[in-house]
Design a protein around this ligand. Structure first.
Ligand code: F6P
Length: 323
């Protein structure tokens, strides 16, 4: 029998659609097991400042379909200092919090690891539209962001076709190209530029556009991951070297909002519930992961040292589809 009576939940770092669904899953699972649940607001800041709300089963009504996070989110430089960490740990002890579910990305998990080292049990839940967390094949928010970007590119395609133009679309992803690759395949892009793969600009972009023109293609879509650098420069070169009118669209934070897809809601529900059960099983310093459709958990320190690359097979497919 677990001696856990009260847990906390926080969201930290960049928000992702489905964070609310994960908060709801944590609160409802806690209610199911008859333990109390507190919402810690504004990430780790809430632990330092005592910015805490009660989260019973009913206080998370209706949030499964809402983007953003009802707990707010923030980065917290003070938490990275010894003093900040001590303050956070003493808030947990004062409030009788026996465990915390920390929802976010790698930065959030580093915070969870540090808190665990102070004797507060922690479990991380991966949520980021970048899908760049090495230990898990899937992070909450990725599917919604892919669909948001795809919807925007489909709209761009209409006008690009009318004007026989090239559309260069920059998508988020920080240093990773997972989002760009998925969107690129899903929208049928002429080329996808990701930071993980070197590209021969002449061969992979200019030549393809020239051949496309010869084969009567009216318009072109180029997806650029933000980690590659300058989408404006890519567009300028295309226009200069092919003579085709080119326009740049930087999708930006629109990709972080919106009602989560079914996949994100279900994944958030599974991961949130799993996190609470992991705490109840007496574990700490673990991160919840999705591996081959199963939910499992890894040691946070080990997880942070793992490496995840772009899916090479998918990258090859993106090129094959653009002949
Ligand atoms: O990690 C999510 C993400 O949206 C990245 O794709 C992007 O590089 C970054 O956050 C933007 O951060 P901010 O919201 O602080 O501008």
């Amino acid at each position: 029998m677990s001696n856990i009576k009260r847990i906390g939940v926080l969201t930290s770092g960049g928000d992702a659609p489905g964070m609310n669904a994960a908060v709801r899953a944590v609160a409802r699972t806690a209610a199911y097991y008859n333990i109390s649940c507190l919402g810690i607001r504004r990430g780790y800041n809430g632990l330092i400042n005592g910015d805490i709300i009660d989260l019973d089963a009913r206080s998370v009504n209706g949030i499964i379909s809402r983007g953003g996070t009802m707990l707010y989110t923030a980065r917290c430089p003070e938490f990275m200092t010894e003093d900040g960490l001590k303050k956070a740990a003493s808030t947990c002890k004062y409030l009788g919090i026996n465990g915390i579910v920390c929802i976010g990305g790698d930065g959030t998990f580093r915070g969870a690891r540090d808190l665990a080292s102070m004797g507060i049990p922690t479990i991380g839940v991966p949520a980021t539209i970048d899908n760049d967390i090495s230990s898990t094949q899937y992070s909450i928010g990725f599917d919604t962001a892919c669909n948001t970007a795809l919807d925007a590119v489909d709209k761009l395609r209409d006008t690009m076709q009318s004007h026989e133009r090239c559309s260069v679309v920059e998508v988020m992803g920080r240093h990773a190209g997972h989002l760009a690759l998925y969107v690129g395949i899903a929208c049928g892009a002429t080329a996808v530029l990701v930071p993980e793969q070197e590209m021969n600009f002449e061969e992979d972009i200019i030549e393809k556009i020239r051949m496309g023109r010869i084969n009567k293609r009216s318009h072109f879509i180029i997806i650029v991951a933000e980690g590659v650098g300058n989408a404006i420069e890519v567009s300028r070169r295309i226009q200069e070297e092919t003579g085709i009118d080119s326009r740049v669209t930087i999708l930006g934070h629109i990709q972080r909002g919106g009602s989560p897809t079914a996949r994100d809601r279900v994944m958030a529900s599974r991961m949130g519930a799993y996190a609470v059960e992991t705490l109840l099983a007496g574990k700490s310093n673990r991160v919840v992961c999705n591996v081959n459709s199963e939910i499992t958990d890894f040691d946070i320190t080990e997880a942070l040292n793992m490496h995840k690359d772009i899916n090479q097979q998918m990258y090859n497919i993106s090129k094959m589809m653009a002949v």
